[in-house]
Design a protein around this ligand. Structure first.
Ligand SMILES: NC(=O)c1ccc[n+]([C@@H]2O[C@H](COP(=O)([O-])OP(=O)(O)OC[C@H]3O[C@@H](n4cnc5c(N)ncnc54)[C@H](OP(=O)(O)O)[C@@H]3O)[C@@H](O)[C@H]2O)c1
Length: 329
């Protein structure tokens, strides 16, 4: 597995990050431990967790699993509470206790909150870095303007900047292409892409012609059910596209996310050791420019429609500039 630059930090992380949201959920302790150990053997050195996953049990599993191996991973976790100073600091202390470590490599705001005080958030995040409890700080699910606004405040005060934005990105959820990905290129913000398989929809087990597979997250997840009804024909086409190339659909979907110049690494989420072994092979796939273009156009998303808004007869058509990842030299 190759390593990639983590934004502007100078740190190198593996090109796939291991997501652990299913630990203490669909994965019991033994399976979770086997998944982490196998991922490390494959060269993964970046592990993502959050205080809210299974109400802290996920972090507790990781604390036990990573005993003696802590220095081998770049470990990221997220604030679970409100976004006031006290909550940001105490949430980290509680995570550190569960994770059995003195520091995390990355401490992130999980979601922006209505009415949040950005200066207070950035000051508290800076405190976590100054105290040595976090090496870097970042965010998840921030709109581009909020990343820029937060980092402008940090810069004015000499505080730690947000080094990453963790966002949902897959063939169906494409909103980040409009502002967030170009911003990441321009400002060297690391992008970790969660949900690369659209909660499993892009793994070949869902189609318009077969019943919903039992024992899957999609069976009960409203998003998968909705996306399958909206994009079923495209899902079928995607599965055929993978089959014609002898590629597991899950790996094709992850390879597409990985191919974006703005993405640092996809976050691989699995429910079993077998899925982990299969999903690690995504790094072996290098899409051709034609394959990347074909996949990018396969799902009729709102973002795609917006980008196609070309005006006949107009001398300059600007919409494509919004997706231009190299606009700023
Ligand atoms: N920051 C945030 O707000 C946020 C939000 C969500 C997630 N995340 C992070 O992103 C990670 C990934 O999220 P996600 O689990 O929703 O991602 P995902 O990649 O969209 O879905 C993963 C699911 O796909 C199925 N799958 C995975 N590999 C497969 C394979 N090789 N063959 C067949 N099926 C396969 C499994 O579902 P089945 O059990 O149905 O088989 C698995 O649980 C999480 O662990 C977490 O670390 C962050």
């Amino acid at each position: 597995m190759k390593t990639v630059e983590f934004g502007a930090t100078g740190v190198k992380v593996s090109e796939l990050c291991l997501g652990t949201m299913m630990f203490a959920d669909r994965c019991d302790y033994a399976v979770s431990e086997a998944i982490v150990n196998a991922a490390l053997e494959h060269g993964v050195n970046f592990v993502d967790t959050a205080a809210m996953y299974t109400a802290g049990a996920c972090e507790e599993f990781l604390g036990r699993i990573l005993k003696g191996k802590r220095d081998r991973v770049f470990l990221g976790t997220k604030v679970v509470k409100e976004l006031d100073r006290g909550s940001i600091l105490s949430s980290l202390d509680e995570s550190l206790a569960r994770l059995q470590t003195d520091y995390v490599d990355l401490y992130m705001i999980h979601w922006p909150a209505q009415g949040m005080n950005v200066t207070e958030v950035m000051r508290a995040l800076n405190e976590t870095v100054v105290s040595g409890k976090a090496r870097y700080v970042g965010c998840c699910n921030y709109p581009a303007w909020l990343v820029a606004h937060s980092n402008a405040i940090a810069e004015r005060n000499g505080w730690a900047r947000l080094v990453c934005n963790q966002v949902a990105y897959n063939l169906i959820e494409r909103g980040v292409e409009v502002e967030i990905l170009p911003q990441a290129i321009a400002e060297k913000i690391a992008i970790t892409a969660y949900r690369p398989l659209a909660i499993g929809l892009l793994t070949g087990k869902y189609s318009t012609t077969t019943p919903m597979p039992p024992e899957t997250r999609g069976k009960t997840d409203a998003r998968v059910i909705t996306w399958l009804s909206q994009h079923g024909a495209s899902v079928d086409r995607f599965n055929r596209f993978a089959g014609e190339r002898g590629i597991h659909p899950a790996n094709l979907a992850t390879a597409w996310v990985r191919s974006s110049a703005a993405v640092t690494c996809p976050i691989v989420g699995v429910s079993s050791l077998r899925q982990l072994e299969e999903s690690m092979r995504a790094v072996e796939i290098n899409l051709t420019a034609d394959e990347y273009a074909a996949l990018s156009d396969m799902f009729d998303t709102e973002v795609k429609e917006e980008s196609l808004q070309l005006f006949p007869g107009l001398k300059y058509n600007f919409p494509r500039l919004r997706r231009n990842l190299h606009l700023i030299a």
